[in-house]
Design a protein. Structure first.
Length: 135
């Protein structure tokens, strides 16, 4: 088990372990936000800021907590925000409420990690979800 700020991250798929991973992700974002009060990072590839919002935490913790590898991927948030590269641009999913506020979704890649970024009408880019890609 990987240590993250002395929290052991469980690797199994029981409901309790998923709950613990969800909590670990939320705790991680809380400390990340405390360290980065402006809640954004410059992405070299996009030549723009990617913002972290409440939606980022909600969506990422729900999805990433399902998999051990995805949970570990979230802990690389700073690296993902700054170094990921855009590989695709897609339409927001019509039926997905959380994507309604976006005009497009950017699919970003870094190492074996996918990060989705929602683009608002204003042009603001919001970190939406983080998942590890299957080996």
């Amino acid at each position: 088990n990987m240590e993250m700020n002395d929290i052991e991250i469980p690797a199994g798929n029981s409901r309790d372990e998923i709950k613990l991973r969800d909590k670990a992700i939320k705790d991680f974002y809380a400390s990340w936000n405390a360290e980065h009060p402006d809640k954004k990072m410059w992405n070299d590839d996009l030549q723009d800021y990617i913002h972290v919002r409440f939606l980022s935490i909600e969506e990422t913790s729900e999805k990433a907590a399902r998999q051990y590898e995805s949970t570990l991927a979230v802990f690389r948030l700073t690296e993902l925000l700054t170094k990921s590269k855009k590989v695709e641009e897609v339409e927001p999913k019509k039926g997905t409420k959380n994507q309604q506020k976006f005009v497009k979704i950017l699919i970003m890649r870094h190492d074996n990690i996918k990060m989705t970024v929602g683009v608002q009408k204003s042009g603001n880019k919001i970190q939406y979800c983080i998942t590890a890609l299957g080996e």
